[in-house]
Design a protein around this ligand. Structure first.
Ligand SMILES: C[S@@+](CC[C@H](N)C(=O)[O-])C[C@H]1O[C@@H](n2cnc3c(N)ncnc32)[C@H](O)[C@@H]1O
Ligand code: SF4
Length: 358
């Protein structure tokens, strides 16, 4: 209930998965394909159908993720958005690869109701981008940010990856400084993860080193904090007011509907996920069937623990009583006003802390 007595609706998110990419990065395990361009139109129509069939409350955040949402025509993506009933002031994010961004595309997004962009920057050093198998260069990034501002986007995110093969500390420092020079309201920085089944997994010589990644995490936190971006989750920094509401929903075990192949949903205490390939997704939706592959209802105790594991990674932290009085936690958590939050060193060892949650 809001202060004026009106019933305030709970946040509810919609995630739309766009499983198309121009080229596959060899570290990426997301459900995405480079040879299914001929399916785009049918796929977006199926997403609209799935949305129209869903019984949706007013939606407070929409996230188009991928794959590469910015690869599909802007007006067609906005037709999908039009099938979502928005709550007033809803946040709508589109993930964009910098080499697909044009003024026309961003204009279509603005007119369609997109409020936030997330650019897959990864690095600002050409040799590191090449080693990651990326197709854009740092100039694409600078141009994309200029176009975003010119189109009226006040909020956008830069996604960065650290720990790729051949990336020196000086390279990472350059990436951070050039990213900050673009004055982004939000930055996500992820340690490169070796995902099973990817070409990177088969090439141990290119696997990241834990100590190197720890050093780079500390550099990221220092440079971003100095630029006025506060860590509000282990891998996410934002200027006040520019936190991603859609991700906050995930981290607080909120409810959301996942649309499209491989998309995950959480509603009424149940979780489920859709079939993985675009073909199987189309087959199901076009035949009037649900695209659900499988689902589960988590026991209450597992849910409670999972809630703590997510919360400890955020600036909100957990109630002090959720952690034991353990000398091993010395220096890893700060306790204030009855809440325990991770210190910077604690963020490096978050899994160790999470193991002790009770
Ligand atoms: C699934 S991608 C989609 C966005 C867009 N296609 C792109 O790559 O720029 C979302 C983000 O996940 C991150 N990511 C993907 N695979 C990763 C991996 N193996 N390790 C760390 N970060 C990864 C990248 O930073 C990427 O920007
Ligand atoms: S990282 Fe992004 S661009 Fe690369 S394959 Fe994965 S989804 Fe596509």
């Amino acid at each position: 209930m809001a202060a004026n007595g009106a019933v305030k609706s709970l946040p509810f998110g919609v995630y739309v998965h766009i499983p198309f990419c121009a080229r596959r990065c060899d570290y990426c395990a997301f459900a995405t394909w480079t040879d299914r361009g001929h399916l785009i139109e049918r796929y977006l129509a199926a997403c609209r159908t799935e949305l129209q069939r869903a019984d949706l409350p007013a939606v407070t955040s929409v996230f188009f993720g991928g794959g590469t949402p910015s690869l599909v025509p802007g007006p067609a993506l906005m037709d999908v958005l039009a099938a979502v009933p928005p709550a007033p002031g809803a946040e709508v994010t589109v993930e964009c690869n910098p080499d697909t961004v044009t003024a026309d595309l961003l204009r279509a997004y603005r007119e369609g109701g997109v409020t936030r962009l997330s650019f897959g920057v990864q690095s600002m050093v050409p040799s590191v981008l090449a080693a990651l198998g990326r197709t854009h260069d740092p100039d694409n990034v600078r141009r994309s940010v200029e176009l975003a501002r010119a189109a009226g986007f006040e909020t956008f995110n830069l996604d960065l990856i650290y720990g790729g093969a051949g990336e020196s500390l000086a390279d990472w420092d350059r990436t951070l400084r050039e990213a900050v020079a673009l004055d982004p309201p939000h930055v996500s920085a992820y340690g490169l993860t070796v995902e099973p089944g990817t070409p990177l997994a088969d090439d141990p010589a290119r696997h990241p080193d834990d100590d190197d990644q720890a050093d780079k995490y500390l550099m990221a936190d220092a440079v971003l904090a100095a630029a006025g971006l506060g860590a509000y989750e282990i891998s996410n920094w934002a200027r006040p007011g520019h936190e991603c509401r859609h991700n906050l929903l995930y981290w607080s075990q909120g409810e959301y509907l996942g649309i499209g192949c491989a998309a995950h949903s959480h509603r009424d205490g149940r979780r489920w996920w859709n079939v993985r390939t675009p073909e199987r997704y189309l087959e199901a939706v076009e035949a009037g069937r649900s695209a659900e592959a499988a689902g589960e209802s988590l026991p209450v105790e597992d849910r409670r623990l999972e809630g703590l594991q997510l919360a400890i990674r955020t600036r909100e932290g957990v109630p002090v009583a959720a952690l034991p009085d353990d000398p091993d936690l010395e220096g890893l958590v700060d306790v204030r006003d009855g809440r325990a939050t991770l210190t910077v060193r604690g963020r490096l060892l978050a899994n160790e802390v999470a193991l002790r949650l009770r």
